[in-house]
Design a protein around this ligand. Structure first.
Ligand code: SF4
Length: 189
Protein backbone atom coordinates (compact mmCIF):
# COMPACT_ATOMS: atom_id res chain seq x y z
CA UNK A 1 0.00 0.00 0.00
CA UNK A 2 3.03 2.28 -0.06
CA UNK A 3 3.11 2.74 3.72
CA UNK A 4 6.45 0.94 3.98
CA UNK A 5 8.13 3.49 1.68
CA UNK A 6 7.19 6.43 3.91
CA UNK A 7 8.35 4.75 7.13
CA UNK A 8 12.01 4.88 8.17
CA UNK A 9 13.95 1.65 7.75
CA UNK A 10 13.89 -0.77 10.72
CA UNK A 11 10.75 0.91 12.10
CA UNK A 12 7.94 -1.06 13.73
CA UNK A 13 4.23 -0.40 13.88
CA UNK A 14 2.15 -1.32 16.93
CA UNK A 15 -1.61 -1.41 17.31
CA UNK A 16 -4.29 -3.23 19.26
CA UNK A 17 -5.34 -6.65 18.00
CA UNK A 18 -9.00 -5.64 18.27
CA UNK A 19 -8.38 -2.68 15.95
CA UNK A 20 -6.75 -4.91 13.36
CA UNK A 21 -9.64 -7.38 13.56
CA UNK A 22 -12.18 -4.58 13.17
CA UNK A 23 -10.23 -3.09 10.27
CA UNK A 24 -10.11 -6.48 8.52
CA UNK A 25 -13.81 -7.12 9.13
CA UNK A 26 -15.00 -3.75 7.89
CA UNK A 27 -12.73 -3.95 4.83
CA UNK A 28 -14.10 -7.32 3.77
CA UNK A 29 -17.86 -7.25 4.24
CA UNK A 30 -19.22 -10.02 2.01
CA UNK A 31 -22.84 -9.47 0.97
CA UNK A 32 -25.46 -12.10 0.28
CA UNK A 33 -28.04 -10.61 -2.10
CA UNK A 34 -31.62 -11.65 -1.39
CA UNK A 35 -32.86 -9.81 -4.46
CA UNK A 36 -36.44 -10.62 -5.36
CA UNK A 37 -37.55 -7.70 -7.53
CA UNK A 38 -36.59 -4.43 -9.22
CA UNK A 39 -34.43 -3.19 -6.30
CA UNK A 40 -32.13 -6.06 -7.21
CA UNK A 41 -31.23 -4.26 -10.44
CA UNK A 42 -29.98 -1.26 -8.44
CA UNK A 43 -28.08 -3.68 -6.24
CA UNK A 44 -26.40 -5.10 -9.34
CA UNK A 45 -25.62 -1.57 -10.58
CA UNK A 46 -23.97 -0.82 -7.22
CA UNK A 47 -21.54 -3.67 -7.74
CA UNK A 48 -20.88 -2.79 -11.39
CA UNK A 49 -18.15 -0.50 -12.72
CA UNK A 50 -19.93 2.88 -12.48
CA UNK A 51 -20.52 2.76 -8.72
CA UNK A 52 -17.86 0.13 -7.99
CA UNK A 53 -18.66 -1.31 -4.60
CA UNK A 54 -15.17 -2.84 -4.68
CA UNK A 55 -13.87 0.56 -3.50
CA UNK A 56 -15.35 -0.34 -0.11
CA UNK A 57 -14.23 -3.97 -0.10
CA UNK A 58 -17.80 -5.22 -0.28
CA UNK A 59 -18.03 -6.55 -3.82
CA UNK A 60 -17.40 -10.22 -3.06
CA UNK A 61 -20.99 -11.38 -3.37
CA UNK A 62 -21.55 -14.81 -1.83
CA UNK A 63 -24.53 -17.06 -2.39
CA UNK A 64 -23.75 -19.26 0.58
CA UNK A 65 -24.94 -17.83 3.92
CA UNK A 66 -21.97 -19.47 5.63
CA UNK A 67 -19.59 -17.27 3.66
CA UNK A 68 -21.50 -13.97 3.94
CA UNK A 69 -21.85 -11.47 6.78
CA UNK A 70 -24.13 -8.87 5.16
CA UNK A 71 -27.65 -9.85 4.11
CA UNK A 72 -29.10 -7.36 1.61
CA UNK A 73 -32.84 -7.84 1.14
CA UNK A 74 -33.72 -6.01 -2.06
CA UNK A 75 -37.34 -6.24 -3.14
CA UNK A 76 -40.65 -7.51 -1.84
CA UNK A 77 -40.76 -10.72 0.18
CA UNK A 78 -43.80 -12.90 -0.15
CA UNK A 79 -45.15 -14.83 2.82
CA UNK A 80 -44.28 -18.05 0.99
CA UNK A 81 -40.65 -16.93 0.66
CA UNK A 82 -40.30 -15.78 4.27
CA UNK A 83 -39.15 -19.13 5.74
CA UNK A 84 -36.33 -19.18 3.17
CA UNK A 85 -35.22 -15.69 4.20
CA UNK A 86 -35.29 -16.63 7.88
CA UNK A 87 -33.31 -19.81 7.25
CA UNK A 88 -30.66 -17.92 5.30
CA UNK A 89 -30.40 -15.35 8.12
CA UNK A 90 -30.04 -18.06 10.75
CA UNK A 91 -27.36 -19.87 8.73
CA UNK A 92 -25.14 -16.78 8.60
CA UNK A 93 -22.42 -16.64 11.25
CA UNK A 94 -22.09 -13.78 13.76
CA UNK A 95 -21.22 -10.96 13.51
CA UNK A 96 -23.76 -10.47 10.74
CA UNK A 97 -25.64 -7.48 9.41
CA UNK A 98 -28.91 -6.91 7.57
CA UNK A 99 -29.81 -4.16 5.10
CA UNK A 100 -33.43 -3.65 4.08
CA UNK A 101 -33.17 -2.06 0.65
CA UNK A 102 -36.19 -0.21 -0.71
CA UNK A 103 -39.76 0.45 0.31
CA UNK A 104 -40.95 -3.09 -0.40
CA UNK A 105 -38.49 -4.84 1.90
CA UNK A 106 -38.99 -2.28 4.68
CA UNK A 107 -42.77 -1.83 4.54
CA UNK A 108 -44.26 -3.91 1.75
CA UNK A 109 -44.27 -0.77 -0.43
CA UNK A 110 -47.26 -0.46 -2.71
CA UNK A 111 -48.02 -4.17 -2.28
CA UNK A 112 -50.48 -3.86 0.57
CA UNK A 113 -51.73 -7.41 0.21
CA UNK A 114 -52.00 -10.51 2.38
CA UNK A 115 -49.37 -12.28 0.26
CA UNK A 116 -46.54 -9.77 0.81
CA UNK A 117 -44.64 -9.30 4.07
CA UNK A 118 -45.29 -5.74 5.31
CA UNK A 119 -41.77 -5.16 6.56
CA UNK A 120 -39.09 -7.82 7.02
CA UNK A 121 -38.17 -6.36 10.42
CA UNK A 122 -41.22 -8.14 11.81
CA UNK A 123 -39.39 -11.41 11.25
CA UNK A 124 -35.63 -10.77 11.17
CA UNK A 125 -33.60 -7.96 12.82
CA UNK A 126 -32.74 -5.11 10.41
CA UNK A 127 -29.67 -2.90 10.92
CA UNK A 128 -30.02 -0.36 8.11
CA UNK A 129 -33.11 0.75 6.21
CA UNK A 130 -32.60 2.26 2.75
CA UNK A 131 -35.66 4.24 1.56
CA UNK A 132 -36.70 4.64 -2.05
CA UNK A 133 -38.46 2.86 -4.88
CA UNK A 134 -35.86 1.94 -5.88
CA UNK A 135 -33.04 3.51 -3.84
CA UNK A 136 -30.08 4.75 -5.84
CA UNK A 137 -26.75 2.89 -5.59
CA UNK A 138 -25.28 5.84 -3.64
CA UNK A 139 -27.78 5.21 -0.89
CA UNK A 140 -26.93 1.55 -0.66
CA UNK A 141 -23.26 2.49 -0.46
CA UNK A 142 -24.14 4.96 2.31
CA UNK A 143 -25.86 2.15 4.21
CA UNK A 144 -22.90 -0.20 3.83
CA UNK A 145 -20.53 2.56 4.96
CA UNK A 146 -22.70 3.04 8.07
CA UNK A 147 -22.21 -0.61 8.93
CA UNK A 148 -18.49 -0.34 8.23
CA UNK A 149 -18.21 2.61 10.63
CA UNK A 150 -20.01 0.62 13.32
CA UNK A 151 -17.64 -2.33 12.87
CA UNK A 152 -14.61 -0.04 12.83
CA UNK A 153 -15.58 1.68 16.06
CA UNK A 154 -16.48 -1.60 17.74
CA UNK A 155 -19.97 -0.33 18.53
CA UNK A 156 -21.96 -3.54 18.11
CA UNK A 157 -25.01 -2.93 20.33
CA UNK A 158 -25.92 -5.65 22.81
CA UNK A 159 -28.86 -6.10 25.13
CA UNK A 160 -28.68 -6.90 28.88
CA UNK A 161 -28.64 -10.63 28.04
CA UNK A 162 -25.63 -10.19 25.74
CA UNK A 163 -27.58 -10.77 22.53
CA UNK A 164 -26.89 -8.45 19.65
CA UNK A 165 -29.45 -5.70 19.00
CA UNK A 166 -30.23 -4.34 15.52
CA UNK A 167 -28.74 -0.93 14.69
CA UNK A 168 -32.10 0.44 13.50
CA UNK A 169 -30.57 3.14 11.28
CA UNK A 170 -32.46 4.74 8.38
CA UNK A 171 -30.38 6.28 5.59
CA UNK A 172 -31.45 9.69 4.29
CA UNK A 173 -31.61 10.39 0.53
CA UNK A 174 -28.24 11.82 -0.50
CA UNK A 175 -28.62 12.90 -4.08
CA UNK A 176 -30.27 15.68 -6.10
CA UNK A 177 -32.63 14.34 -8.76
CA UNK A 178 -32.28 16.07 -12.14
CA UNK A 179 -35.31 17.70 -13.74
CA UNK A 180 -37.09 15.51 -16.27
CA UNK A 181 -37.37 15.15 -19.17
CA UNK A 182 -33.64 15.60 -19.80
CA UNK A 183 -32.92 17.80 -22.87
CA UNK A 184 -32.26 15.88 -26.10
CA UNK A 185 -28.85 16.40 -27.66
CA UNK A 186 -28.70 13.63 -30.24
CA UNK A 187 -29.58 14.52 -33.87
CA UNK A 188 -30.16 18.24 -33.24
CA UNK A 189 -27.07 19.57 -35.01
S1 SF4 B 1 -39.23 -0.67 -3.63
FE1 SF4 B 1 -39.86 -0.18 -5.74
S2 SF4 B 1 -38.07 -0.72 -7.00
FE2 SF4 B 1 -37.83 -1.78 -5.01
S3 SF4 B 1 -38.73 -3.80 -5.29
FE3 SF4 B 1 -40.32 -2.46 -4.49
S4 SF4 B 1 -41.41 -1.73 -6.32
FE4 SF4 B 1 -39.41 -2.52 -6.99
Amino acid sequence: MGIETSLPADSILTTQLQRVINWARRSSVWPLPFATACCGIELMATAASRFDLARFGAEVVRFSPRQADLLIVAGRVSVKMLPVLQRIYMQMAEPKWVVSMGACASTGGVFDTYAVVQGIDQFIPVDVYIPGCPPRPEMLIEGIMTIQKTIDQDRIPRGPDGNRLPLNIAVQPNYEPRSQPAPLTIGLT
